[in-house]
Design a protein around this ligand. Structure first.
Ligand code: ADP
Length: 159
C-alpha cells in the first residue's frame, strides 16, 4: 500500500487544498493530511479547529486520514510508512521555498520523495492568508472555501 503525507498549516483549509487532496488520492492508496505545528506561525484557528474543519470538508473522500505533528515531517512520514510528501505549487514564487524544503527533506531522508501537484487554474491564486484577510474585511469567500470554513470565519470575525 502506498501512503503519502500532505503536510501544511491549513489555517484554514480551502478548495485549493482540497483540489490537491483529490489529485493526490488518485495517485496513492492513502493520504494523510498532517497539520505541521509550527511555533513561528500564530494561527487564526486552533489546532483542534483546523482538524475539525479538514475532517468536515473532506467527509465525502475515502482513504484519507487527518493528523498533526510537531516533529520533523520526514520522521513522521517514516513512522507512518509513507513513501512521499505532497505539496501544492501555485506560482513560480512558490518554487524557491518549496525546492529548499524538498532538498532539505531529501537530505534528511532520501527514501521519501516530494511530489508537487498543481491545482486547477481557478485556485492558483488562492491562499489561506488571502482568505483570512478577505473574510476579516467582510468580503465574499464562498467560492473559495467549503461552507463549514466560511461559516466559522464569519463567526470569528463577527466577534
Ligand atoms: P504551509 O504553511 O506549509 O504553506 P499551507 O496550508 O498554506 O501550509 O499549504 C500546504 C500546501 O498546500 C503547500 O504546499 C501549499 O503550497 C499548498 N497550497 C495551499 N494553497 C493552495 C492552492 N490554492 N492551490 C494549490 N496548492 C495550495
Amino acid at each position: 500500500m502506498r501512503t503519502a503525507i500532505y503536510p501544511g498549516t491549513f489555517d484554514p483549509i480551502t478548495y485549493g487544498h482540497i483540489d490537491i487532496i483529490i489529485r493526490a488520492l488518485s495517485l496513492f492508496d492513502k493520504l494523510i493530511i498532517t497539520i505541521a505545528e509550527n511555533s513561528s506561525k500564530e494561527p487564526l484557528f486552533e489546532l483542534e479547529e483546523r482538524i475539525e474543519l479538514i475532517s468536515e470538508a473532506t467527509t465525502d473522500l475515502k482513504n484519507l486520514e487527518v493528523d498533526h505533528t510537531g516533529g520533523l515531517i520526514v520522521n513522521y512520514a517514516k513512522k507512518k510508512e509513507a513513501v512521499a510528501l505532497v505539496r501544492g505549487l501555485r506560482f513560480v514564487s512558490d518554487f524557491e521555498l518549496e525546492f529548499q524544503m524538498a532538498w532539505m527533506n531529501r537530505h534528511l531522508d532520501d527514501s521519501i520523495a516530494t511530489i508537487f501537484l498543481m491545482p486547477h487554474r481557478r485556485y492558483a491564486h488562492l491562499s489561506s492568508s488571502v482568505i483570512r484577510d478577505i473574510a476579516e474585511l467582510g468580503g465574499d469567500i464562498d467560492v473559495f472555501v467549503p461552507p463549514c470554513v466560511s461559516n466559522r470565519l464569519k463567526e470569528k470575525f463577527a466577534k
